[in-house]
Design a protein around this ligand. Structure first.
Ligand SMILES: [Zn+2]
Length: 276
């Protein structure tokens, strides 16, 4: 018990020491909301690797499988609500010493918890964009269109225990993949796929915020994706103190002055409560 108290105190002290913290969050912040993390404690894929943008654009079977799984997983995503980690970040921002939150998550749960200064580094899942004409639509409306176009399929997929779980290939093949209603082009959620870069303006905005920060906190990310890890490298090069709260090892452990191996929600809630 003494060890646990000592660790809690280190995080509280670290947070209390800094006035303009830049925080980077990842999947570990959303698992308690029921949104699965795709990597295990060692940063390895738990299931099959995610879709690469090139395959999504060029292989109809990959495109169809992506949308079939996304259609099946949507109810679970919309049922997710912010958890203690999201609430702690919102409270921290309100307390004044969290200056910028950059999240690798695409679920918008930070915003729903009340965080305002948020950059969705990898985009947002609730918006869909046409790769041909650029038309932007709501993912919720697309869900209704997909359900209407696949009435029997929907009944089958609903029996899957896990929303984004592996669906039988035969079931995927029966799925009518959606197309842009305006031009018939391929459509994609407004998220950064593997093989794509973070949009330049968004990255520049995050870098500017980091330049104005006095410390970096990473929460719930193994930092296996370079677009997140590069902020840790930039902070290290700028001489900023770095703290990491994550279950399992991360790619930035060697650069951090403080590493807490635990659940983000409980640890951050305790540390932020002390600011009030
Ligand atoms: Zn279009």
């Amino acid at each position: 018990m003494a060890t646990r108290d000592a660790i809690d105190d280190r995080l509280r002290q670290w947070i209390a020491r800094h006035r303009r913290v830049f925080a980077l969050t990842g999947a570990g912040c959303s698992t308690a909301s029921g949104i699965p993390d795709y990597r295990d404690d060692r940063g390895e894929w738990k299931r099959r690797a995610p879709v690469m943008i090139q395959a999504f654009r060029t292989q109809p079977a990959v495109y169809r499988r992506y949308w079939a799984r996304a259609c099946a997983g949507w109810p679970r995503l919309t049922a997710a609500a912010p958890n203690a980690a999201h609430r702690a970040f919102a409270a921290w921002e309100a307390a004044g010493s969290l200056s910028q939150l950059v999240t690798q998550n695409v679920d918008r749960l930070h915003q729903r918890a009340g965080s305002r200064a948020v950059i969705d580094l990898h985009g947002r899942l609730d918006v869909v964009v046409c790769l041909s004409c650029g038309d932007v639509t709501a993912r919720a409306a697309l869900q209704e269109a997909m359900a209407a176009a696949n009435p029997l399929w929907r009944a089958e997929a609903a029996t899957a225990p896990d929303g984004d779980a592996d669906i039988d290939d035969a079931v995927v093949e029966a799925f009518a993949a959606p197309r842009c209603e305006r031009c018939g082009g391929l459509i994609k959620p407004d998220v950064v796929f593997f093989g794509e870069n973070v949009p330049r303006d968004r990255y520049a905005h995050a870098c500017e915020s980091l330049a104005n920060a006095d410390a970096l906190l990473v929460a719930g990310s193994s930092l296996m994706v370079y677009s997140g890890f590069r902020f840790v490298r930039l902070a290290h090069e700028a001489g900023l103190p770095i703290a990491i709260v994550n279950r399992g090892r991360t790619r930035g452990d060697d650069l951090a002055e403080l590493k807490i191996e635990d659940d983000v929600g409980s640890r951050l809630t305790e540390a932020v409560a002390a600011l009030a």
